[in-house]
Design a protein around this ligand. Structure first.
Ligand code: KG4
Ligand code: ZN
Length: 335
């Protein structure tokens, strides 16, 4: 039996989790509200908030798991990619704890952790995917179609050549002045809207790659023209605008995933990352999966956005392979 304490601090959520093998015992998250008023994550404020949150969050994770500190066998931490100042808090804390408890460290890649979130078991018989598996990783910073042959054999079949899907959604929300982070707001407003109200073209990109920067520009020009005629256009058509832009992004994401599944013949298909919380993406993937007889895996909402449970499961699989980390490792900011 292996008990892992995991720490995630790559962006604006401070999180700690405890796992016993692949079973999740606790997952504590402190989200940073401070960034809302700035319409985006302010790195300096994020590091400061991590510094304030990290000890109470780790204490709560250990207490909620009902374990003694001495029961921890290894400490997993997100080494990157992410914001340097934010990562430094979690990395330094993990190192200090490893020294204090005399336990090994396991470094985790944040993107691998998002994908491996599907292997977290909350009960003994939670279903987990079989390999080979396709995973569409859609977060605030990344958009990739991955082919997994095992936990750590992840081949990137395609990825965005500019903005990430989450970034595109957040920018659309910003253009409409809806608030931050835009993803959940657009998701909520879309419930009342018609996804076919407006058409926005997506670019033709080779293979399984994506591009989202043009979409943002065409959305901006579209709104500029409408606003010139009707200054309260956004206010009156908010739900339709949200539903249409969301639908465009989701269809673009899924069209490439569908092609990748057809070409590879892989029938286990998953999504991961913050944008995988999106209700339109979830329901359309589920419908697509039924049509093609895929086994579809949608992460639970709490495992879509940043959390330490996913870091813990990745650390557990690495620990089993004997992959412990050196105390001198610095964080990295890019993948
Ligand atoms: O994975 P994540 O928490 O952080 C990164 O590693 O980037 O992803 C954050 C992204 C943001 O762009 C946010 O707007 C988006 O996930 N997001 C959503 C939803 N919830 C979060 N996008 C669409 N619909 C949602 N319900
Ligand atoms: Zn993330």
């Amino acid at each position: 039996m292996t008990t892992i304490l995991a720490i995630e601090s790559s962006c604006d959520d401070t999180s700690a989790a405890v796992l016993c093998n692949d079973r999740l015992l606790s997952n504590t998250i402190a989200s940073q509200k401070v960034h809302e008023q700035y319409g985006g994550v302010v790195p300096e404020l994020a590091s400061r908030a991590h510094q304030q949150n990290i000890i109470p969050v780790v204490d709560a994770a250990i207490a909620n798991a009902g374990i003694a500190r001495s029961a921890i066998d290894a400490i997993g931490f997100t080494r990157g990619p992410g914001l340097l100042g934010s990562l430094m808090v979690g990395v330094s804390f993990a190192k200090a704890l490893a020294i204090a408890l005399d336990r090994p460290l396991v470094e985790v890649n944040h993107l691998q952790a998002h994908v491996l979130s599907h292997f977290i078991r909350e009960t003994d018989n939670s279903p987990v995917p079989q390999f080979p598996m396709l995973c569409l990783l859609v977060s605030g910073g990344h958009t990739q179609i991955l082919l997994l042959r095992s936990h750590f054999d992840m081949e990137v079949l395609g990825q965005t050549i500019d903005d990430a899907a989450g970034e595109a959604i957040d920018k659309a929300a910003k253009i409409m002045d809806l608030g931050y982070p835009g993803g959940p707001i657009i998701d909520r407003l879309s419930q009342e809207g018609n996804p076919d109200a407006y058409r926005f073209a997506t670019p033709h990109i080779e293979g399984y790659d994506y591009s989202f920067s043009g979409l943002k520009t065409s959305f901006l020009y579209f709104l500029r023209d409408r606003l010139a005629e009707q200054p309260d256009f956004i206010e009156h058509h908010k739900a339709d605008l949200c539903a249409s832009i969301q639908s465009t992004i989701v269809n673009f994401l899924l069209s490439k995933l569908e092609r990748a599944a057809k070409a590879t013949g892989v029938r286990t298909v998953a999504i991961a990352g913050g944008v995988s919380a999106n209700s339109c993406l979830r329901s359309r993937l589920e419908a697509m999966g039924q049509r093609h007889h895929w086994q579809v895996f949608l992460p639970k909402k709490q495992f879509c956005t940043d959390n330490a449970a996913m870091v813990g499961i990745a650390a557990y699989f690495k620990f089993l392979r004997g992959e412990t980390a050196d105390l001198s490792l610095p964080p990295y900011t890019r993948s």
